[in-house]
Write a protein that binds this ligand. Structure first.
Ligand code: HEM
Length: 405
């Protein structure tokens, strides 16, 4: 295993979500914790880390901004340099009362109406990616649902929203990989490999100052809080957040949904026969394969249900595990394609609930619809490689196309 730590042998007492085995076996590991007397894992790695796996506990922590701060939301070997209430990437790293101010600034560009206008463009992009796969022979061709398809959709959309060159897509994925997956490397090395991201954002912001245009970066440069423009740090932090929050998350959701359909032919057939079932399937993909786990830092020493948490310990909020808690959902571990009641926590719980959920839902829906329309029958054929760390989804997904439309 790369990074500072050894392979995990004891998930309860030496937990590490950056061990590749974690995302590979996540569903089993969560079920083991949910069935055990103590559903909370602990580790001395990262200078102190806790991970509760029940819906009730994840819900409790997500709503408890008195004991837990959002100043750091991605566990790593260091601690954030910019303190609460603003944090390094507002609003996700902000605490009340500043959080609400920073969040409200971002609501208009992600409103349902503004996002709905992207639908034709996302459909066009999906079809362009499918065309790029070239000649497909039924029963023989293998396409990579993660590399050739899912990974390009959200990155293209967010780059265009921000007004960044779409040719830099690979660079963005690299930046996001550094932020989210290279979490167990020493602090000094992290600072070094994160620098190009900060330099890139500064150059883009300067370019937007020099050549103003109608995009999200321009919006952030001009929007005001109580008559004042945002600080440079706030602008850079929010752009960083949108890049990071907008890419791996939706890429993972699309990839996991295709993985499910490629391993569950009955569900794929149902979607082909009854496209309207997508309305429910979308929410079930999000519940059963929620990609995003977030983190908090403990503000002061705190006894959480008998867990002696120390100030500055990390606490993971595994929303994906909460979504599979049998105490919260009927048939929690089963994918029920037309599940009617589905109050899942894939987009988070509490004040930081996902601001990009309209866009995420649209991208996921359109991506799955267009893939299934083009390839009404396909199967996972070969090894799926899963991401490492807090965002779970396939990074390589070989799919054998059995039928084309
Ligand atoms: C399927 C895809 C996605 C999932 C599952 C997801 C999930 C989440 C979750 C769980 C949170 C809560 C974080 C916390 O409690 O600390 C969150 C927050 C956030 N997400 Fe998403 N997200 C997705 C896509 C997106 C997209 C596409 C964008 C925008 C481009 C976005 C922007 C944000 C922002 C700005 C926040 C912070 C909100 C706040 O702090 O008030 N997300 N997301």
């Amino acid at each position: 295993m790369a990074g500072m730590y050894e392979k995990v042998l004891d998930w309860a007492n030496d937990f590490d979500h950056a061990d590749p085995e974690y995302n590979e076996r996540a569903h089993e590991i969560w079920a083991e914790f949910q069935g055990s007397e103590c559903p909370v894992a602990h580790s001395d790695r990262y200078d102190g880390l806790w991970a509760p796996f029940t819906y009730e506990m994840v819900h409790e922590i997500a709503y408890d901004t008195d004991h837990f701060t959002s100043q750091g939301v991605v566990v790593n070997t260091g601690r954030p340099m910019i303190e609460a209430p603003v944090g390094p990437a507002p609003p996700i790293t902000s605490d009340p009362p500043f959080h609400n101010i920073a969040r409200r600034l971002l609501l208009p560009p992600f409103s349902p109406k503004v996002i709905a206008e992207w639908e034709p463009e996302i459909r066009r992009l999906c079809n362009e990616l499918l065309d790029r796969m070239g000649d497909i022979t039924e029963g023989e061709s293998i396409v990579d649902g993660a590399v050739e398809y899912a990974q390009s959709i959200p990155v293209n959309v967010i780059a265009r929203m921000l007004g960044f060159p779409t040719e830099d897509e690979a660079l963005f994925r690299d930046f996001v990989h550094n932020v989210l997956e290279r979490i167990n490397e020493p602090v000094e090395e992290r600072e070094e490999f994160m620098q190009p991201l900060a330099d890139y954002l500064d150059a883009q912001i300067q370019d937007h100052r020099d050549n103003p245009r109608d995009d999200l970066t321009n919006y952030l440069l001009n929007v005001e809080i109580a008559g004042n423009k945002l600080s440079d740090e706030h602008v850079r932090g929010s752009i960083l957040l949108l890049l990071v929050a907008g890419i791996d998350t939706t890429w993972s959701a699309i990839g996991s949904s295709l993985w499910h359909l490629g391993t569950h032919p009955d569900d794929l057939q149902r979607l082909v026969d009854e496209p309207d079932v997508m309305m429910f399937a979308l929410e079930e993909f999000l519940r059963a394969y929620a990609p995003v786990t977030m983190a908090r830092l403990v503000k002061e020493d705190y006894d959480f249900h008998g867990c002696p948490m120390k100030a500055n310990d990390w606490v993971l909020l595994p929303f994906p595990a909460a979504n599979r808690d049998p105490k919260q959902f009927e048939d929690a571990t089963k994918f029920v394609i037309d599940r009617q009641e589905n109050r899942h926590g894939a987009f988070g719980l509490g004040i930081h609930r996902c601001l990009g959920s309209n866009l995420a839902r649209l991208e996921l829906k359109v991506a799955v619809e267009e893939f299934v329309r083009r390839f009404p029958s396909f199967t996972v054929d070969g090894d799926t490689r899963w991401s490492v760390g807090q965002i779970r989804g396939p990074r390589e997904l070989p799919l054998r196309v059995l039928k084309t439309s």
